[in-house]
Design a protein around this ligand. Structure first.
Ligand code: ADP
Ligand code: MG
Length: 382
């Protein structure tokens, strides 16, 4: 499909596209459920993503088409849009809406195509939002800086779509760099690009195809548990976030936390924060083996202490542990479903994918989808 996009545009709109842009999806490599505890995340942009072919029109219309969805929309250029039903075009429309607050735009014929699974935690929504923001900025020469594009995209998701996400997704798909991970503080948006060279390995992304139904309610529950742990520790300790503690300090003060489950949650958060720091060091030393072990450590902690995995994600990681061509694997994202990632020897990938596919089908009863990725550059002109 990627090679025929120009042809598809012609079929849909009857003439050639003027511009072609691409925005990747993202995975968080390690650092799960610590962004709301003062810890840093470590995402990278991936090989899969969303394309946009576009041309200006003189009809005063935004025409929205996607090769992934059958719904179409032709929307008259105006200010102050609101969300129209639940259709996909609200994502780009939300972005355009915020640009129109301060800029004069012209009508556009837009055609989207993505090879990211949607609703699986690889952030196809951030991909289409940042893609639209980048495209509008380029087409109309607005000179917006990249962080402001990220903020407009996030605003579309928060205020227009109505999903209360943080900034990691939009940031990662915009600022991604080839062979780099982004060590990001989601509160301050300070970040460091960390070398992440895969060498003979690749990043496999395994979509469990398990809907993340529980993710939202459990997220709120974990959030509250972390706040409880923090409040109890603060009675004795001068800390602002759980991630201000190291494991030894937490261990010494663990009896301040009354509830056993809440104490387990705190242990995950503090140890996961340390694993991020160790991962950054390992990556800087080109030490994928150590990073792989940290990935397994992260998964085990999310499974046993934070309790956000489930049989599907655990099945993927269990298989990976048995395969000598895999250095590490873990769930990524909020958990309960969505995707796992694994570091797999590149020349053994086909065998890995075939075996995992069978193993997963047998244990879970339906199939997973497996993709190859690297750590890639963020949003760009094609
Ligand atoms: P996730 O971000 O985890 O993939 P979301 O539910 O947040 O899942 O966002 C998915 C939605 O984003 C899709 O249902 C659709 O509305 C929109 N979207 C993503 N990619 C495309 C695309 N290629 N074409 C049209 N809409 C898309
Ligand atoms: Mg999303």
């Amino acid at each position: 499909m990627e090679n025929n996009l120009n042809l598809e545009f012609e079929k849909v709109y009857g003439s050639t596209a003027e511009y072609h842009f691409f925005c990747p999806g993202r995975v968080n490599l390690i650092g799960e459920h610590i962004d709301y505890n003062g810890g840093k995340v470590l995402p990278c942009a991936i090989s899969l993503g969303t394309h946009l072919l576009v041309r200006k029109n003189n009809d005063g219309l935004f025409r929205f088409r996607s090769l992934n969805f059958s719904e179409k929309a032709d929307i008259i250029l105006a200010k102050g849009y609101t969300k129209q039903g639940k259709d996909w075009f609200n994502y780009p429309l939300g972005v355009i809406n915020f640009f129109l607050e301060n800029n004069e735009l012209q009508g556009l014929d837009l055609l989207f195509y993505g090879n990211l699974p949607t609703g699986s935690g690889l952030s196809s929504s951030a991909s289409i939002e940042v893609l639209t923001a980048f495209a509008i900025d380029q087409i109309f020469n607005l000179g917006t800086n990249k962080l402001d594009l990220v903020k407009i995209a996030k605003r579309a998701e928060n205020e227009f779509i109505g999903v209360n996400c943080g900034i990691m997704d939009q940031f990662a798909v915009a600022f991604g760099e080839k062979d780099k991970a982004l060590e990001l503080n989601c509160d301050t948006v300070e970040y460091t690009a960390v070398p992440f060279k895969l060498g003979d390995y690749l990043l496999a992304i395994i979509n469990t195809n398990k809907p993340r139904k529980l993710a939202d309610s459990k997220y709120n529950e974990r959030f509250t548990e972390c706040r409880t742990a923090l409040a109890e520790l603060q009675k004795e300790l001068k800390i602002e976030h759980l991630c201000d503690l190291n494991s030894a300090m937490l261990e010494t003060n663990l009896d301040l936390i009354k509830n056993f489950t809440v104490a387990k949650r705190a242990k995950h958060v503090v140890s996961e924060n340390e694993r991020v720091q160790e991962s950054v060091k390992a990556m800087a030393n080109n030490d994928l083996e150590t990073f792989g072990k940290l990935m397994y450590g992260s998964h085990d902690s999310l499974k046993n202490l934070y309790e956000v995995t489930g049989v599907e994600l655990d099945t993927v990681v269990d298989y990976c542990k048995k395969n000598p061509n895999v250095l590490g694997a873990r769930m990524t994202g909020a958990g309960f479903g969505g995707c796992a990632i694994a570091l797999v020897k590149a020349n053994k990938y086909d065998q890995f994918a075939e075996e995992l596919d069978k193993y997963y089908l047998e244990k879970v009863g339906y199939r997973a989808n497996i993709f190859k990725s690297g750590a890639e550059e963020g949003v760009r002109k094609v």
